[in-house]
Design a protein around this ligand. Structure first.
Ligand code: NAP
Length: 259
């Protein structure tokens, strides 16, 4: 699964699943563009990756900004020479029913999770067509496959990611560009801690309770998602496109809460 000579852009790679993806591709020899808004965390990830002996750059950018998609791709090509793999990981979550979700929250979730992902993908596809090949892996969510109480905006945005995946994969199959998504379940990152902290109570106890609902009875580490992302972007998955890969400890198969 070597990525020597390949260039990978991971959006939202200053922490969590994105950071793990950036490191996983670096481990396999890729040059990596780390991206996000938090400069301190971005530089920490950057130094870690450079310490692994591969080329890496950090791009401070808010994916919601007008023209961010074109800029991210142009900067990656300018600094690292090409773009072989785009991992669309940057994502945000607001909890709330329709009645609790504000216009601002709805628009913000769509701006990051849907609009930015589409604009960056479109810019990436233009570059990949010029190069003759490419790979896009979108980080969707198990909550894009199924509904979840109190998360209408987030679930809607992740459902849209699955459709962008399918449609762009079909449109660009003949361009030698594969587009897939992964649907993580319960992955232990800041995002999950934030959801649990918002509910109140003891975080450790809440994490244990969350794990009880997963068939494998545990949360995953971000690395476990990153390895699946890397597989989908590798030649090992050369005939895989337009698909969605749940990384969820069996959650999706239960069709509901697991006893
Ligand atoms: N954790 C889970 O259980 C889980 C489950 C299913 C799906 N997911 C999805 O996996 C992805 C990563 O989640 P995570 O749990 O690793 O979340 P996280 O720890 O909150 O990290 C989110 C990342 O996205 C970046 N980001 C957010 N808004 C941004 C913006 N406007 N512009 C640029 N970057 C932005 C953040 O970077 P900065 O703060 O530096 O901007 C950060 O690096 C998301 O798409 C999430 O929806 C997570």
């Amino acid at each position: 699964m070597g990525f020597d000579g390949k260039v990978v852009l991971v959006t939202g790679s200053t922490t969590g699943i994105g950071e793990a993806c950036a490191r996983a591709f670096a481990e396999a020899g890729a040059a990596v563009m780390v991206q996000g808004r938090n400069v301190e965390r971005g530089k920490r990830v950057l130094h870690g990756i450079r310490g692994m002996g591969v080329k890496a750059e950090f791009l401070e950018a808010d994916v919601r900004e007008a023209g961010a998609g074109d800029r991210l791709v142009a900067e990656t090509v300018a600094r690292l020479g090409r773009l072989d793999v785009l991992v669309n990981n940057a994502g945000i979550l607001y909890s709330g029913t329709a009645l609790e979700t504000t216009d601002e929250q709805w628009n913000d979730i769509m701006a990051v999770n849907v609009n930015a992902l589409f604009f960056i993908s479109r810019a990436a596809v233009r570059q990949m067509i010029k190069q003759g090949s490419g790979n896009i892996v979108n980080i969707a969510s198990e909550w894009g496959l199924n509904g979840e109480e109190g998360h209408v905006a987030y679930c809607t945005s992740k459902g849209a990611v699955l459709q962008i995946t399918r449609c762009m994969a079909l449109d660009h199959a003949r361009d030698n560009i594969r587009v897939n998504s992964v649907c993580p379940g319960e992955i232990h990152t800041q995002m999950v801690d934030d959801i649990l902290n918002a509910k109140g109570g003891d975080l450790e106890a809440n994490l244990k309770e969350l794990a009880k609902g997963v068939p494998m009875k545990r949360l995953a580490s971000p690395d476990e998602v990153a390895k699946c992302v890397r597989f989908l972007a590798s030649d090992e998955a050369s005939y895989v496109t337009a698909t969605n890969f749940p990384v969820d400890g069996g959650n999706d198969a239960t069709g509901g809460a697991f006893p």
